[in-house]
Design a protein around this ligand. Structure first.
Ligand code: UDP
Ligand code: UDP
Length: 475
């Protein structure tokens, strides 16, 4: 870098709503401006960073994450951005809308106010990192103000590929014959219709989430670049196709900089001491993320499956979609016999746990996961074998990535959430397969090694991150 043209940047980091979107932004903020005691700062200059906090938050989990983050990063500023009222009646169909999607909609509708909010910060930001949900409102005004804007994608490179091609896919999907393996999508290969979330094939006029994704993707060409929480080894075809410009000539430069680095030290913060007494790699960790609740009959069947598998387990159970309502009594749900039969080898928690700390624990031998992208990257980073049980949205495409990269196994016939009751026998068999397969252990460990390499000197993600730092440190 030529120091004579270096400037002192003021970075604004603008997440959207929900833990799945907040988490990568907190990590990015910490990567750009780590606490002074840590050494992973690639930018050897002083910078100011302001975290934009969307008000109101959706869940108390977000509130807690933000408070913890700001207390461990006292040098980072924060600024509250009040969004327009959440409209629970704004549904194009009669189905009750997902509380996360109506919140995304409020963020999306408020995005045009954000550029003005940012311009009132003192000093005015010299660069902005923002969520895809905000793109339509801020890319043009920021470009007019001459402020470079990068968009961070919170899902896989593969699902991002699908999002940017979905408009053309909707017009051609009727042409493919029903027996085929699916439409060939550059960077993804042939993708069966079953793996594409139904909302993405709906017309934007008829579906709120499709409208939000579609509108925002159309503004990406106005940004300086797209940041992906992924790495070359993990999604080689999608990443290289996106970077080649062959998929969509209007896409800006693509920067795969994953797996994102943890926000704090993971040492000494294990909140589950029970794990310390378990043999190495003996425990399966079970969690379906921050926003997905299975139906009660499926939760009971999962309980029976875990019991049947004979494997030790740590299960983070969630019975409602948004954390604030979670009052279900576990004894009523799973029955006392379950607790009697598994008390020697299992632990169930309802509270928020530090998932990264758990995945890093030597007792964990596998992860039964819904394949939310943050969870996938956290497992990839540590080479933890995964049993994919995708339920919604991007998760089947993410599960394809997991399977192809050798990080995990996936039983496709389990379907989308609620499609059918997955029986305890099937669950037990798959848990056993994941926990005992030597082949899977090896290939998952390889993913972990490659994830580490991506951030070593000359690693693919480290180099890409260096380019971003150079861009923001120079005018
Ligand atoms: N998470 C956690 N503790 C919990 C539940 C979730 O630390 O009890 C974290 C998890 O590690 C991940 C994020 O919350 O970083 C969930 O994001 P993901 O994309 O995996 O799934 P989503 O919740 O968006 O479906
Ligand atoms: N969804 C999710 N994670 C995502 C994207 C979507 O959990 O990353 C949820 C979304 O909120 C909605 C469901 O997945 O509830 C979409 O389901 P479906 O594909 O059946 O679409 P719908 O018919 O509900 O529009």
């Amino acid at each position: 870098m030529d120091s004579s043209v270096a400037i002192q940047p003021h970075i604004a980091v603008c997440p959207s709503a929900g833990i799945g979107h907040l988490t990568p932004f907190l990590r990015l903020a910490s990567m750009l401006s780590p606490p002074p005691s840590t050494t992973n700062n690639s930018c050897n200059i002083t910078l100011t960073l302001t975290l934009i906090i969307i008000r109101p938050t959706l869940s108390s989990a977000e509130e807690n994450q933000i408070n913890t983050f700001l207390s461990t990063h006292p040098h980072i500023n924060s600024s509250h951005f009040q969004i327009l009222p959440v409209d629970n009646n704004n549904s194009s169909n009669s189905k009750k809308q997902d509380p996360f999607v109506v919140h995304y909609d409020a963020v999306f509708r408020s995005s045009y106010l954000l550029a003005n909010h940012l311009s009132t910060l003192s000093p005015q930001p010299s660069v902005v990192f923002s969520d895809l949900m905000l793109a339509s409102g801020i890319t043009k005004p920021l470009a007019d103000l001459g402020i470079p804007n990068y968009t961070l994608i919170s899902t896989s490179a593969s699902f991002f590929t699908l999002m940017v091609t979905s408009a053309s896919l909707r017009t051609t999907s009727g042409d493919s014959d029903s027996d085929s393996d699916g439409d060939e999508i550059p960077g993804l290969g042939p993708i069966p219709m079953d793996d594409i979330p139904p909302f993405l094939m709906s017309e934007p006029d008829n579906n709120m989430l499709t409208r939000i994704i579609d509108t925002n993707c159309r503004h990406l060409h106005e940004t300086k670049g797209v940041l992906l929480n992924s790495f070359d080894f993990f999604e080689p075809e999608s990443v290289s196709t996106l970077q080649s410009g062959k998929l969509l000539a209007t896409l800006p430069p693509i920067f795969p900089i994953g797996p994102f680095i943890s926000v704090g030290s993971l040492k000494g913060s294990n909140n589950i001491s029970w794990l310390d007494n378990q043999p190495p790699k003996s425990v399966v960790f079970i969690s379906f993320g921050s926003r997905t609740a299975m139906a009660k009959d499926q939760i009971r069947e999962l309980g029976k499956g875990i019991e049947r598998s004979g494997i030790s387990f740590l299960w983070v159970i969630k019975t409602t979609v948004v954390d604030k309502e979670d009052k279900e009594e576990l004894n009523d749900l799973l029955g006392e016999a379950f607790f009697m039969n598994t008390k020697e080898r299992g632990l169930i928690v309802k509270e928020w746990v530090n998932q990264e700390v758990i995945l890093a624990h030597s007792a964990i031998g596998g992860f039964l996961s819904h394949c939310g992208w943050n969870s996938v990257m956290e497992a990839a980073q540590r080479g933890v074998p995964l049993l994919a049980w995708p339920l919604h949205g991007d998760q089947r495409v993410n599960a394809r990535v997991v399977e192809k990269a050798g990080l995990g196994v996936w039983e496709r016939s389990w379907g989308w959430i609620g499609e059918r009751l997955v029986k305890s026998e099937e669950i037990a068999l798959k848990i056993q397969e994941m926990m005992t397969s030597e082949k899977l252990k090896k290939s998952a460990a390889r993913v972990g090694e490659e994830a580490t390499k991506a951030w070593e000197i000359d690693g693919s993600s480290k180099k890409m991150f260096g380019k971003i730092i150079d861009n923001i440190c120079q005018k």
